[in-house]
Design a protein around this ligand. Structure first.
Ligand code: AP5
Ligand code: MG
Length: 214
C-alpha cells in the first residue's frame, strides 16, 4: 500500500499517518520529521534545512528528493509506506514518479485532506509535537495523558518553532503557491481522493480506510 498524504500545513497529515502506520504496519515517512530530527542532532542537513523551515519556506528540492528516494529503498518499505509532506512541489512529484517507474513501481493513492485556512490557524497554536518519535498532539483536541509528555515514548513535547502565527501564515501561502498544484497533478494520474479534514480525527481515518480498502 503506497500512499501520499496531501494537504495544507496542519491539515492532519501527520496525525492520520500515525494511525495508518499502526493499522497497516507500514512506515510513516515524514520529511518534516526527518528535518526536525536532523536539526535536533545538529547535522549539516539540519543546519541547512532550519534556515528555510524557520521562515516557513520550502527546503530546496535538491536537499529532499534523493533523501526520500533512498529511504524508499530500505527493506521496511517493500510492502508499502505513507509519504507525509513529500512530494511538495511538482518537480518533487515528477522525480518520485520517475524513480519509481524505473523499478516498475508506482504510488497507489494520493489522499488530499482538505482543510480551510481559518481552521488551520486555530489548530496550530495548540499543536504539540514529539521530536523523538514524530507523534502529534493537540492541547484541546488530542491531549497527551500527561501534560507535555509523549504517550508513546515519554519524551518532552515541543511547540514547533514554525507554528508561530506569522510563520503559519507564510507556510499557508507557500502551500497554496507550490504544493496545491499537486492536487491537479494527481487528479491527472487518476489516483487522487479528497476528504474533509475538518471532521473528527476518527471520521477522517474511517474515510481514508474506505479509500485504501475498497
Ligand atoms: P512538515 O513537518 O511536513 O509540516 P507541514 O506540511 O507544514 O504540516 P504539519 O506537520 O504542520 O501539519 P500536519 O498536516 O502534519 O498536521 P498535524 O497532523 O500535525 O514540514 C515542515 C517544514 O519542513 C516545511 O515548512 C518545509 O520547510 C520543510 N519541508 C518538509 N517537507 C518538505 C519537502 N518535501 N520539500 C521542501 N520542504 C519540506 O495536525 C495539526 C494539529 O491539528 C495537531 O495538533 C493535531 O493534533 C490537530 N488535528 C489533526 N487532525 C485533527 C482533526 N481532525 N480535528 C482536530 N484536530 C486535529
Ligand atoms: Mg506533520
Amino acid at each position: 500500500m503506497k500512499i501520499i498524504l496531501l494537504g495544507a500545513p496542519g491539515a492532519g497529515k501527520g496525525t492520520q499517518a500515525g494511525i495508518i502506520k499502526e493499522k497497516f504496519n507500514i512506515p510513516h515517512i515524514s520529511t518534516g520529521d526527518i528535518f526536525r530530527a536532523n536539526i535536533k542532532n545538529n547535522t549539516e542537513l539540519g543546519q541547512k534545512a532550519k534556515t528555510y523551515m524557520d521562515k516557513g519556506e520550502l527546503v530546496p528540492d535538491e536537499l529532499v528528493v534523493d533523501l526520500v528516494i533512498d529511504r524508499l529503498e530500505q527493506d521496511d518499505c517493500k510492502d508499502g509506506y505513507i509519504l507525509d509532506g513529500f512530494p511538495r512541489t511538482i518537480p518533487q512529484a515528477e522525480e518520485l514518479d520517475k524513480a519509481l517507474a524505473a523499478k516498475g513501481d508506482k504510488i497507489e493513492y494520493a489522499i488530499n485532506i482538505e482543510t480551510p485556512d481559518d481552521f488551520i490557524i486555530n489548530r496550530m497554536a495548540g499543536r504539540r509535537a514529539c521530536v523523538n518519535c514524530g507523534a502529534t498532539y493537540h492541547t484541546s483536541f488530542m491531549p497527551p495523558k500527561t501534560e507535555n509528555i509523549c504517550d508513546k515514548c515519554g519524551e518532552n513535547l515541543i511547540l514547533r518553532d514554525d507554528d508561530k502565527p506569522e510563520t503559519v501564515k507564510k507556510r499557508l501561502e507557500v502551500y497554496h503557491d507550490q504544493t496545491e498544484p499537486l492536487i491537479d497533478y494527481y487528479k491527472g494520474t487518476g489516483i487522487l481522493s479528497s476528504l474533509d479534514g475538518t471532521k473528527d480525527c476518527e471520521v477522517v481515518f474511517a474515510e481514508i480506510c474506505d479509500v485504501v480498502e475498497k
